[in-house]
Design a protein around this ligand. Structure first.
Ligand SMILES: Nc1ncnc2c1ncn2[C@@H]1O[C@H](COP(=O)(O)OP(=O)(O)OP(=O)(O)O)[C@@H](O)[C@H]1O
Ligand SMILES: [Mg+2]
Length: 419
């Protein structure tokens, strides 16, 4: 086997020019390919390769974090986990991921469909674009992938094999464990925040209830290996057109609690909500704000409805067996168990969502939603609202029972704090 070698714009046509899966798609003469690098990934190399007959994406992991360099090593095997997660997601919710064309484990290369004219959802939301299909598409995606990767649905031998397979994604899991659950709550070396936030940051770090809650959530993330998570499901991992929604970049995939993907995803809509007042150069964004709260609500209600449908129609794993419920004429028992499970996901989802807002404002990996607000005082005002909102939902999660309450809370916080 050839040793790992990073691709370059120049070397790519020679190195991949004899791959039938690629030549079949874009044309067989690599001299006619044009290659350009997409600059916006933090961790990996991503190339757009265009030939006379079509275009593909070539994504390659490096033995380190692309943006930082060799001082932050990160294993190539993240590409293996990304590929394996994409294969499973494509089975569990067909049409929601880019088509896979080729995988080279030793070179950590994934070749996939070039999504066009798709844009990153986060960018669209910053521009104030309303996408009509994402609530439905993303709600179904989380319900289907989370349900169908669990012991509610899978044959338990296969689920345990997958649990073992993805358990080796230790290094990326470690990034989540530290960057999401711990770093924001102390003076960690890689943290940064907008200057105007010093006061609120000191308050949050001194907040014992919040620190305890963040650690309870970390415990849940580390110990509750319930289903295969995407692991990094934010609006930067979704590509959209008005008609089509795709989910990319599951390199953080690992077995964990269902509520993690749900909470991380929905939190990014709530953060976009609080960032909108920083993007009102071309007029007020009231309508966009309503759309964002409504979309978070829709994702949750579509998730709940689809998860319930799967529970009733595809529950054939080792958990809550029909032999104990439906087969005994006790459908009510199975419905009671379902409602209990959804209530638990709701409560934990709020916790994960709350701390996701903190790590995106105080930790290493910030959101363009806030970062693109040039006026620092305005940015700090937007971020303060999101931080306080996040603190409230994380700490009070067992006492919040409806999306209507969350929408009221968000609207109150948006108005209350002076811009
Ligand atoms: N299948 C695709 N079709 C079109 N564009 C894509 C595709 N996959 C990735 N991209 C583009 O490349 C960028 C980087 O991709 P990706 O997020 O997978 O890389 P990464 O290095 O894992 O980044 P991150 O820092 O988000 O982890 C995306 O933001 C998107 O603009
Ligand atoms: Mg990534």
């Amino acid at each position: 086997m050839r040793a790992f070698e990073a691709l370059t714009v120049e070397s790519l046509p020679n190195r991949l020019g004899s791959q039938a899966a690629i030549t079949g798609r874009i044309g067989s003469d690599p001299a006619k390919w044009s290659v350009r690098e997409v600059g916006d990934g933090n961790l990996n190399l991503v190339f757009i390769v265009e030939g006379p007959a079509g275009t593909v994406i070539v994504k390659q992991a490096l033995p380190y974090v692309r943006l930082v360099g060799e001082s932050w090593p990160l294993p190539l095997k993240r590409s293996f986990f990304e590929y394996n997660a994409l294969v499973r997601q494509a089975e569990r919710d067909p049409g929601m991921t880019p088509e896979l064309l080729h995988f080279d484990e030793a070179q950590a290369i994934i070749v996939m469909e070039f999504l066009t004219p798709h844009v990153i959802l986060r960018r669209a939301l910053i521009e104030g674009r309303q996408l009509p299909k994402i609530g439905q598409n993303l709600g179904n995606f989380i319900a289907r992938t989370l349900f169908r990767g669990s012991d509610l649905h899978m044959e338990t031998r296969k689920r345990k094999a997958d649990l073992a397979l993805f358990a080796d994604n230790v290094e990326l899991c470690d990034i989540t464990e530290n960057l999401v659950f711990s770093d924001p709550y102390f003076d960690a070396p890689m943290n940064r925040h907008t200057p105007g936030l010093d006061g609120v940051v000191a308050e949050l770090r001194a907040d014992r209830d919040l620190k305890v809650e963040a650690q309870r959530l970390k415990h849940l993330f580390a110990a509750k290996a319930e289903t295969l998570l995407h692991g990094d499901l934010h609006t930067g991992s979704v590509m959209v057109t008005a008609e089509d929604t795709r989910v990319i970049d599951p390199e953080f995939a690992v077995y964990g609690p269902m509520a993690f993907d749900v909470g991380m995803l929905i939190a990014n809509f709530w953060m976009s909500y609080f960032s909108q007042s920083g993007h009102e150069q071309d007029g007020p964004r009231d309508d966009m704000r309503r759309y964002l709260l409504a979309t978070a609500d829709e994702i949750w209600s579509v998730f709940r409805a689809e998860f319930s449908r799967l529970w009733r129609e595809e529950r054939r794993g080792i958990l809550y067996q029909a032999s104990l419920f439906e087969d005994q004429g006790d459908t009510l028992g199975s419905e009671q168990a379902l409602q209990g499970m959804i209530a638990d996901i709701w409560t934990d989802m709020l916790g994960f969502a709350g701390i996701e807002t903190h790590r995106r404002i105080l930790g290493l990996a910030h959101n363009a939603d806030f970062e693109t607000i040039a006026d620092e005082a305005l940015r700090a005002a937007c971020e303060t609202k999101a931080l306080k909102f996040g603190r409230h939902i994380a700490v009070n999660r067992s006492r919040i029972h409806s999306m209507a309450d969350i929408m009221d809370l968000a609207e109150r916080m948006e108005k209350e704090i002076v811009r």
